[in-house]
Design a binder for this molecule. Sequence first.
Ligand SMILES: NC(=O)c1ccc[n+]([C@@H]2O[C@H](COP(=O)([O-])OP(=O)(O)OC[C@H]3O[C@@H](n4cnc5c(N)ncnc54)[C@H](OP(=O)(O)O)[C@@H]3O)[C@@H](O)[C@H]2O)c1
Length: 245
Amino acid sequence: MKKVLVLGGYSGIAQAVLDILAQEDTTLYLVGRSEEKLNIVKDHLQSIGNPLVFTKSVDLNSLETHKSLLEEAIHQMKGLDTLFVCYGILPNQKELEQDPSKVVENYFTNAISTIHFVSLASNYFEEKKNGTIAVVTSVAGDRGRKTNYYYGSAKSCLDTFLEGLRHRLFKTNVKVITIKPGVVDTAMTQNIDKKILVAKPEKVARDIVNAINNSKEVVYTPWYWKYIMAFIKALPRNIFYRTEF
Ligand SMILES: NC(=O)c1ccc[n+]([C@@H]2O[C@H](COP(=O)([O-])OP(=O)(O)OC[C@H]3O[C@@H](n4cnc5c(N)ncnc54)[C@H](OP(=O)(O)O)[C@@H]3O)[C@@H](O)[C@H]2O)c1
C-alpha cells in the first residue's frame, strides 16, 4: 500500500485500518474535519509503529478544496499508491422523511463529495497507470428498506459509480475496490439498536487491508453479509414488504 491517502482519517473504521498500516512501511496522509482529532490519531500511530504521517483538516463537502488537497497529498508523500475513502454520515431516516430539506446533506456527504474526489484521483491514477482506489460503501446500498433508504440509496449511488469506474479502468493497472460492511461498532452506530451481527472495527479493518492487498473488487465484511444480502435481495416484493428490518 505504501503511500496512502485516507479520507475520514479518524473515523472508527479508518482508525482500525490505520492501526494495521502503522505496523507496515507506510506513508499516511490523513484527512478529516478536526485538526485535534487528526493529531490524536497521528500521535497514536507513531506510538505503535513508525509511519510517516501527514494530516490535513478539511471539510470534504467543500468540493473546491479537493483538487489542491489531492495535489498537496501527492506532493507531501512524493506520490500516491492508495486512496482509501472512509467517511460519511448516518442520517435519521424519520427526520429526513419529515423534512426533505435535510436529504441534501446525506447525498452530498455520502455520495457526491466522494464521487467528486474519486473522479479527480482516478484521472491521476489512470495517467500513472497504477494505483488503488478503495471506498467504503455499505450493505445498506444493496436493497432499499423502509428503515434506511436515504442512507442506503446514497451508498448504492456510490456502488454503481464504482462499478462503472472499475469498468473504465479495467484495462489499466488501477484497482477499484468496493467495501461493504454490515453493522460495525463505531460512533456512527452508537445510537442504533444493535442486537446481533455487530462487528468490531478491528475485524472489518483486517478484511479491508486484505481486500486492498489482494486487489479484490467487491468485499462484504464480515464475509457472511454477502449471503445475508443475497437472501434479502432475492426476497419477492410481496414478502419483503411485510418485513420490519
Ligand atoms: N459503522 C457502521 O455500521 C458502518 C456500516 C457500513 C458502512 N459504514 C461506513 O463506514 C465509513 C466510516 O464510518 P464509521 O463507522 O467509521 O463511522 P464514524 O466513526 O462515525 O466515522 C465517520 C467519519 O466521517 C467523517 N465525516 C463526516 N462528514 C464529513 C465531511 N463532510 N468531511 C470530512 N469528514 C467527514 C466524520 O468526521 P467528524 O467527526 O468530523 O464529523 C467521522 O470521522 C462511512 O462511510 C460509513 O458510512 C459504516
